[in-house]
Design a binder for this molecule. Structure first.
Ligand SMILES: [Zn+2]
Length: 127
């Protein structure tokens, strides 16, 4: 009986969120068919992705006509479009810093156990 282990790589690829509407010119074939995608390459073992080659997916402009993909760092024009599109979206950084709210905490006893009901004080035995 033989076990065959297959190692390889698998590239996950999907349209970059928030940049689906952007169309860029392919610098290989010249068509306006470039889409911004994110790519994430993983090392696979028996077709199961185990280890990512990089910590972060990389962004690229991918052309579906000639299958050319180009790292987005070479496409400042596309990066500008992404930045412009995401400017008005807001984000967690817009949340104002929490003021120190002394005296505004939750009511006392909110999380405390109920008062000791049914607890008989030991004084009773001296009566
Ligand atoms: Zn192309």
């Amino acid at each position: 009986m033989a076990f065959i282990f297959t190692c390889g790589t698998h590239t996950f690829q999907s349209l970059l969120k928030g940049a689906e509407h952007i169309t860029a010119q392919c610098q290989n074939c010249g068509n306006w068919s470039g889409k911004v995608i994110k790519k994430w390459e993983w090392f696979t073992f028996c077709f199961i992705p185990l280890i990512p080659f990089s910590l972060k997916p990389w962004h690229a402009v991918s052309c579906h006509i000639c299958r050319f993909s180009q790292d987005i760092k070479y496409r400042p024009d596309v990066q500008q479009q992404i930045d412009a599109g995401g400017a008005g979206g807001g984000g967690p950084q817009n949340i104002p810093l929490e003021q120190n709210h002394q005296g505004q905490g939750p009511p006392q006893g909110w999380n405390a156990p109920p008062p000791q009901q049914g607890y008989k004080p030991p004084q009773g035995q001296y009566v």
